[in-house]
Design a protein around this ligand. Sequence first.
Ligand code: FAD
Length: 620
Amino acid sequence: MFHVKHRHFDVVVVGGGHAGTEAVLAAQRVGARAALVTHRFERLGEMSCNPAIGGLGKGHIVREIDALDGLMGRAADHAGIQYRLLNRRKGPAAQGPRLQADRARYRAAVQAVFRQERTQVIEGEVVDLLVRAGAVRGVVLSDGSEIAARAVVLTTGTFLRGVIHIGDQATPAGRAGDPAAARLGARLEALGLPLGRLKTGTPPRLDGRSIDWARVGVQPGDDTPEFLSFLTNQVAARQVSCGITHTSPAVHDLIRRNLERSALFGGHIEGVGPRYCPSIEDKVTRFADKDRHQVFLEPEGLTDFTVYPNGISTSLPAEVQEELVQAMEGLERARILRPGYAIEYDYVDPRALTAALGLKALRNLFLAGQINGTTGYEEAAGQGLVAGLNAATTASGEGEPVIFGREESLIGVMIDDLVTQGVTEPYRMFTSRAEFRLQLRADNADQRLTPLGLRLGCVSVARSRAFEEKMAKLDNARSRAKAIEFTPNEARMRGLEVNQDGARRNVLALFALPNMDRDRIRAAFPDLAAIDAPTLRQLEREAIYAPYLERQRAEVAQLRRDDEMTLPEGLDYAAMPGLSNELRGKLARIQPRTLAQAGRIEGMTPAALTLLLMRARRLR
Ligand code: FAD
């Protein structure tokens, strides 16, 4: 496994985090001879921060990765110790599957895949890139050895010139217990990559044996778990509850009194932090009118006493953290196993990338994950998958880049946002970022993307069979439900109230009615009993959105047409009359691939778009 059999690969992936593991596996699935170079094998599958996978927007991404046969969903289900479907009471488009993961089981599931003989993992630190004639040809390790590659994917997470902050103490590190990638950071700068600084933070870890569980609230999981992988059909581990406690005015006073001792507020950090995952210092200052914030006490594993207090990420000095924790109900005697900290690291402005996640200015180099300015395991893994597929395509010298459209996946929305808009703070996914969110649901990620996976050849035989069976069942069920027709009068006789307009309807139309009780529909039409429960649920979800999707079809078609209008590479925007200087600068930097992408550049005007359209037509 660690022994380097070859010194030449099609694809070399640097970094064994969530992006890197998906990247190397995806490259392999489409036939590339790929290797993963990472600091330590035993850290594969490490969750640097919270022990949870999925959530709003994030759960969608995991399902999309799974639809393309990626690893995250299956590893998460192996490790799931509490399942919760977020926004269960809202419509399916707003729901996000999430689970609490046993850290050790998650690592074990990821490492088991990499223990297979086929996957080459090389332990070491990459300090340099081999560059010849404007293209990357491989990597150099800290011991001076070289590994040649046709394409390289960098997924260095929070490690590039990473610095950990606790109070006024700053220590170079990639995360707690791991070294920073200092030399590689300097090399990327020397190569002219546009770098910036971002930051993120993590809470202290508590000893669960020192928590008074009787005095905190209980948050149980769902009775019926929503799995993250389409291939999972039963829970793999014992299920547990989480605890809930709160901060208080006393806790907030303590934080305010010590604000200048926080690395985040004391002027020690220049990077920008995640607005949607704020530190407790941030929350107390930004929401000064609130006198308490919820803190979830999340177990890190079934055989581990460590508890993750979700909601109090902090970089206050360790002694203040202890006081802060012990001022909360149920935590009066809580012991801190490891203090919280903030980490600051280099990222690459993602506008330097194409939608295939390749560097525009340096051929054969791809970037994925936190290095592109995102935050979160799921966002990293989704990019890893895309970069791995494209690195393999580049290495083979055959085939078109694999670009994910905004109308087909949240992964596509994320990548388009990154490469078109760049980031001003760590980017996290929300369904609200997608204009077609009603069709980009977690429940239909396989229907949207597994066909693409089959075309690309990155889907296993087992998944392909399971998918075909599911589709056949759905088709059958759809025809069966459509065939059950009734008049409004017949519906009334069966105890269902519909508009008495005389029009004949079928059962699918009933599912589309928002206030109609699903159980009553099933009771009124016993023929529906021939359809199994998961298939019927999926039909119901489809029916709810069918009228909206019909209306959106024209918009999607327009987007596809604009996406087909490609803009030539290297177009000289500086010489294009009629554009403002600001737009010229943006267009030159971003080099939009299509007219649709140009339209999403901040500040783009209809007049400027028309100019681009005319220019693109003339150059065809
Ligand atoms: P990582 O998971 O960081 O993995 C990087 C990998 O690359 C590591 O295995 C490392 O060993 C390897 N590596 C790096 N450089 C080299 C090199 N030169 N040579 C060889 N190997 C190398 N996310 C959230 O969503 N919410 C949060 O609140 C949050 N808080 C966080 C707090 C902290 C302190 C940290 C460290 C992370 C936090 N995250 C949070 C982010 C989350 O951990 C990352 O988004 C996610 O892990 C990124 O995945 P990645 O694959 O890009 O990188």
